[in-house]
Ligand binder design. Structure first.
Ligand SMILES: Cc1cc2nc3c(=O)[nH]c(=O)nc-3n(C[C@H](O)[C@H](O)[C@H](O)COP(=O)(O)O)c2cc1C
Ligand SMILES: [Mn+2]
Length: 511
């Protein structure tokens, strides 16, 4: 079996002095992934109406597919290009975005992510004139967002989505805290953009707060944004935590913000395309559906709030970041999300203080990491696996949606689905090892429950795929190599003409 020991390559925590990431904005990050052979440029004209998404989908049906830069959009006169699959199923692009070594294993990246996600660096202000996003600034009637090639992704989508790979800033009227979320935004007209936030999201809480006072809610949204702000916008943080400070921590460098033209919110100085505007109480238009990360269309078409756009800022020839929502490995929410969610699940289990946890993985093929969590552990006492399963199932980072919680022993790598299937098939006795939790936290986007009104009430199965603790002493030995034989074979690898270095092995046969 392969080496399971998990290195923690990033140094001690809370060091704001660790070197910053090797890029400053989306363009520099694109140059970095290009040097690493992780992007494909397409210069032939491609139609933003379904064709672009179709090509993006087909080109990403294998794991680790490159990012795709669509440089020429058919009929476009704005000079916009569209980046899709910017992170996707590539752990290497995730690593390059947050300054980790792309050669690390997924388990090593999870460990390193736990460290860098604890750092906090506050944003810094940048003069308006020095902000690249201010190359072009438009006000009022000058604005026509329909000139930008907002994609329509799937045949059944309800419109063109200018915002998918986006970030959205709102301010809480009571605390003044600025939230950063990623919420889909459908283009309704030259100065009207729909904003869909589902219940419980901070953008919705902020909006309702302003509306309860009878005031409009200010919004800033960026539609071409660097990978770290994009990733952070889709993570759940506490209502008092600043996603901007976490983004700074991940980059090892402060997020640069500049003053807006119309609203009191700041705007990301290095973004590609930013709108500022207002959500007015009661101003809605029909929005959706959109093909979702589940691989299905989500909610029915329904009225949603609309941003009245007051100013637009953009770079010349801006790059839109468009996030295709599809089945793995074509979904933009892929490797990065699995790694970050797994890191936060391990943090939660650490905080609870349960012993014996070795690793965890929320596999991205399980509906973008939402559907399944595998936790590996060293069984220390009777009932230990049951405890770990129950705590993992309901810890804050894992509770939402997750249907399958699987505990495996420490010799099973949770990031290796083949290993997990081996454990499920040889150590789990379904009649004894499954428990079900009912009425758990889920979402209307899970199509498995009927009638649809019941979908927010999920269920979870706890699967004990560890060796049965009662019989652990009699449980058969796994077939492992004798260490001396392994070493002899490894030493002959080149002589035998076998490819690459010999696989690392850490567990050996015991007499
Ligand atoms: C590409 C993408 C699209 C998303 N679209 C939406 C959306 O339309 N509405 C929504 O409520 N959440 C959406 N999410 C999930 C939110 O970004 C996520 O729940 C995040 O935690 C929201 O930020 P908040 O916790 O500050 O509210 C999307 C995430 C991604 C990555
Ligand atoms: Mn938030």
């Amino acid at each position: 079996m392969e080496e399971k020991s998990v290195a923690r390559p990033v140094g001690p925590l809370a060091s704001n002095e660790s070197p910053p990431v090797a890029w400053r904005d989306l363009r520099e990050w694109i140059a970095l992934i290009e040097r690493n052979g992780l992007i494909k440029r397409i210069d032939q004209p491609v139609d933003a109406d379904e064709e672009l998404a179709a090509i993006a989908y087909l080109a990403t049906r294998r794991e680790g597919a490159p990012a795709l830069m669509f440089e020429t959009i058919a009929g476009d006169r704005s000079g916009t290009s569209i980046l899709t699959n910017m992170l996707g199923s590539s752990k290497e692009r995730y690593a390059l975005a947050v300054g980790l070594d792309p050669a690390l294993s997924v388990a090593e990246m999870i460990a390193a992510t736990r460290d860098i996600m604890q750092r906090r660096i506050k944003p810094v202000p940048v003069e308006k004139a020095a902000a690249p996003v201010n190359e072009v600034v438009l006000h009022g009637d000058e604005i026509d967002l329909t000139q930008f090639p907002a994609p329509k992704f799937w045949p059944g989508d309800g419109g063109r989505y200018i915002g998918t790979g986006d970030i959205t800033l709102t301010r809480n009227p009571d605390t003044g805290r600025i939230n950063v979320g990623c919420y889909r935004q459908m283009l309704h007209g030259p100065r009207r953009v729909g904003l869909y936030c589902s219940p419980g999201k901070h953008g919705l809480i902020d909006r309702e707060g302003w509306w309860a006072r009878g005031e409009p809610c200010e919004v800033v949204a960026a539609f071409g944004i660097d990978p770290v702000l994009f990733m952070l916008a889709a993570q759940v943080f506490g209502i008092k935590e600043s996603e901007l400070d976490v983004a700074g921590g991940l980059m090892g460098r402060a997020v640069e913000l500049t003053e807006a033209e119309y609203v009191s919110l700041p705007i990301p100085a290095n973004a590609e395309l930013v709108i500022e505007g207002l959500l007015h109480p009661g101003d809605t238009e029909l929005e959706g559906p959109l093909g979702e990360f589940t691989g299905y269309y989500g909610r029915e078409r329904a009225p949603q709030p609309v941003i009245e756009v007051k100013a637009v800022h953009h770079r010349r020839a801006p790059i839109l970041t468009a996030a295709l929502m599809a089945k793995y490995p074509s979904c933009e929410i892929g490797a990065y999300y699995a790694i970050m969610r797994s890191a936060r699940i391990l943090d939660d289990l650490d905080r609870i203080g349960v012993s014996g946890i070795v690793g965890a993985y929320a596999h991205p093929a399980a509906a973008s990491g939402w559907g399944m969590v595998v936790v590996s552990m060293q069984q220390q006492h009777a009932g230990h696996a049951a405890q770990v399963l129950a705590l993992t199932a309901q810890c804050p980072a894992a509770a939402y949606y997750t249907k399958w919680i699987i505990a495996v022993d420490e010799d099973v790598d949770p990031t290796d689905i083949n290993d997990v299937l081996w454990a499920l098939s040889t150590r789990c006795h379904p009649a004894q090892d499954l428990d079900i939790l009912r009425n758990t936290w889920s979402t209307g986007l899970d199509p498995s429950q009927y009638p649809p009104e019941l979908r927010p009430y999920g269920s979870k199965v706890l699967i004990n795929a560890c060796k049965p603790h009662q019989h652990i002493k009699q449980f058969p030995q796994a077939t492992l190599l004798r260490q001396s034989t392994y070493e002899r074979a490894a030493a002959r690898w080149d002589e035998l003409g076998l490819d690459g270095p010999p696989p690392r092995v850490s567990a050996f046969h015991k007499e």
